[in-house]
Design a protein around this ligand. Structure first.
Ligand code: 2HA
Ligand code: ZN
Length: 272
């Protein structure tokens, strides 16, 4: 007997996470998208994985992901609506053996399609998996203060990271590898996907200039927590950037933190 897919833990996680991100204002209208690499054995408890509902070209080839199954948010769908109607707003796709076709196994019931940002998602998964075989989640959203900061701060990996590290004590421990920053680029394209994936080999967080942010991680909690920390630091920056700075976390103190937490941090992002 197949188990009820609506009770699958990975569907519940997608519902809860999208609702949470909507509630905190990171995903207005159809903003944001999530892709989550699933365990094939677990999926088979809920779905007959030999039944392909329909196929869709993905518009590029990601051969390293052939056979892998993802649950993804839908193109044009609103995070606000996922929890009430997961079967229309989410889909489970398997990357076919050719690496360029998505096989729909569940969802997108109204004829819908995977997120328009599939290139950035799948290319980022491939990049993260090449450096961390346990990476499962890629998340994109438009967090308010992070986005605001893009307009008043230089868009440079080192400078952007350093400023955020200064804003909350926990930052260098949570994202010791730093943050990659891309200039404004046209979204939804293979080019922005390739640029994102190139940064993802080095960073789990990538800013899309004047657009939003991408985060990657092993679990939904880890990835959400990462972006939440970045956004909190950006909020502190935006609350203080126009005021005289009297105190800061010094680079020597960041070293102390990184050593205390035992994290491998990007030394050349400090000015020592
Ligand atoms: O899917 O956020 O980047 C809507 C977006 C595009
Ligand atoms: Zn976006």
């Amino acid at each position: 007997m197949m188990k009820n897919i609506l009770e699958a833990p990975f569907v519940t996680e997608m519902r809860k996470t999208t609702a949470n991100m909507y509630r905190i204002g990171w995903d207005e209208r159809n903003g944001g998208n999530i892709s989550y690499l699933l365990d094939e054995v677990e999926v088979a408890e809920y779905l007959d994985v030999s039944q392909v509902i329909r196929t869709m070209p993905i518009g590029f080839c990601e051969a390293s992901l052939a056979g892998k199954i993802f649950i993804v948010t839908g193109s044009g769908k609103y995070f606000k609506n996922v929890d009430d109607d997961p079967e229309n707003n989410l889909g489970i796709i398997r990357i076919a053996q050719d690496g360029e076709t998505a096989e729909l196994l569940w969802g997108f019931k109204d004829g819908g399609k995977f997120t328009s940002e599939l290139p950035a998602h799948l290319m980022s998964h491939a990049a993260r998996l090449s450096v961390d075989p346990e990476n499962r989640v890629v998340m994109h959203c438009h967090p308010t203060h992070t986005l605001a900061m893009n307009y008043v701060h230089e868009l440079d990996d080192k400078k952007f990271t350093h400023t955020l590290w200064e804003m909350c004590t926990e930052c260098i421990a949570i994202f010791p590898e730093g943050i990659g920053v891309l200039p404004w680029m046209l979204c939804g394209t293979n080019s922005i996907g390739e640029a994102t994936a190139a940064k993802m080999k080095e960073f789990r967080t990538v800013i899309w200039g004047m657009h939003g942010v991408y985060g990657a991680g092993k679990t939904m909690d880890e990835t959400f927590g990462l972006l939440e920390t970045v956004e909190k630091a950006a909020q502190i920056y935006m609350l203080t950037a126009h005021l005289p700075r009297i105190n800061t976390i010094k680079d020597e103190e960041m070293v102390e933190l990184a050593e205390y937490f035992g994290v491998k941090y990007k030394k050349d992002f400090l000015n020592l």
